[in-house]
Write a protein that binds this ligand. Structure first.
Ligand code: HEM
Length: 115
């Protein structure tokens, strides 16, 4: 997951460098990637719009879609959780083990009062 996440971020930064005119010609992704992205949401993918985008944008989008695909099977799924159970779960009680359960004698300085 981290590999795909970093790849998506690096490819995204690359699109800005390569596509925004910093290196080479500027590409107006609002006329290609953006209409394609909207078309996906209407379940009528505009393939021609994405095909007209430079490869760096296509690669970045591909890696992004891969990240979305593996999302539910990775720890990123926490993004879709609402920790409502924390409000109602019982307190977690932390206390030291009883003397009988100790696997080794207490270290010097940790003796209880009167012992
Ligand atoms: C279908 C999914 C995605 C599409 C269509 C998409 C599209 C784009 C486009 C068009 C740009 C260029 C924006 C610009 O130059 O102003 C961009 C930049 C970027 N994207 Fe994505 N992206 C997608 C998913 C992701 C994901 C999943 C990540 C990271 C988790 C990501 C991280 C970035 C980053 C870091 C940049 C550079 C932003 C900057 O330089 O200011 N993208 N993306």
């Amino acid at each position: 997951m981290y590999v795909v996440l970093v790849a998506a971020i690096v490819a995204g930064l690359a699109t800005t460098l390569l596509g925004a005119g910093v290196i080479g010609d500027e590409h107006n992704y609002r006329a290609t990637v953006s209409p394609w992205f909207r078309s996906v949401f209407t379940l009528q993918p505009d393939i021609d719009a994405m095909a007209a985008a430079p490869p760096s944008f296509q690669l970045h989008t591909l890696i992004g879609m891969l990240l979305f695909a593996i999302w539910p099977f990775t720890r990123l799924v926490h993004a879709f959780t609402a920790p409502i159970g924390y409000l109602f779960r019982p307190y977690i009680v932390y206390r030291s083990r009883s003397v009988g359960a100790r696997s080794r004698p207490p270290r010097h300085g940790w003796d209880g009062p009167g012992s």
